[in-house]
Design a protein around this ligand. Structure first.
Ligand code: MMA
Ligand code: CA
Length: 170
């Protein structure tokens, strides 16, 4: 009997521990060479161009990933940050359908691309060979994502996956 109650309380104790934590990002302000935009930390490469794979490697060398825009709001925050003179610049993102053709995901976190991040008419897989996703900054269809050939040599944006701190709140 005693053993049974001990077991029950041990389980309840464990469950209450599970419910009583919070997760908070560890870093606060800009951390060179990354800038804080909205809730994310980014490196915007405006000089060196690379194909999608090289761009991914360049980000990995910084301990980062090619950028992902999980929500339209994140993309809008980036749109508000980039100088207006950079209109029509294009920047590689981590978006790709290389794993499953027609299924575009953010390669850095496996989330599917939301419908509202695409440029009007995209993704169109032009020429049947557009597998990597690029941010078009203030094109005639606004700032949004287009699928392009992965070997196209372009600018890119890296994003730091946020380190998180887990703490108990009681
Ligand atoms: C057009 C359009 C896009 C395509 C690019 C390739 C300028 O936009 O067809 O969907 O990805 O061409 O350069
Ligand atoms: Ca396209």
């Amino acid at each position: 009997m005693l053993l049974r109650y001990t077991g029950v309380f041990a389980c309840l104790g464990f469950l209450s521990l599970c419910w009583a934590y919070k997760v908070t990002p560890i870093i606060g302000d800009d951390v060179y060479p990354f800038v804080k935009i909205g809730n994310g930390y980014y490196y915007i490469e405006n000089n060196k161009r690379a194909n999608w794979y090289q761009a991914y490697i360049a980000c990995r060398k910084m301990g980062a990933e090619l950028v992902s825009f999980e929500t339209r709001e994140e993309l809008d925050a980036m749109d508000a940050y980039i100088p207006i003179e950079y209109s029509l610049r294009q920047y590689w993102t981590s978006g790709t359908d290389l794993a499953v053709k027609g299924m575009h995901v953010w390669f850095s976190n496996a989330e599917p691309l939301a419908d509202d991040v695409w440029y009007p008419g995209e993704p169109n897989d032009a020429g049947g060979n557009e597998r990597c996703d690029i941010l078009i900054y203030k094109g005639t269809g606004g700032t949004a994502i287009n699928d392009r050939q992965c070997d196209s040599v372009e600018l890119y944006i890296c994003e730091v996956p946020l380190p998180k701190e887990v703490s108990f709140i009681w």
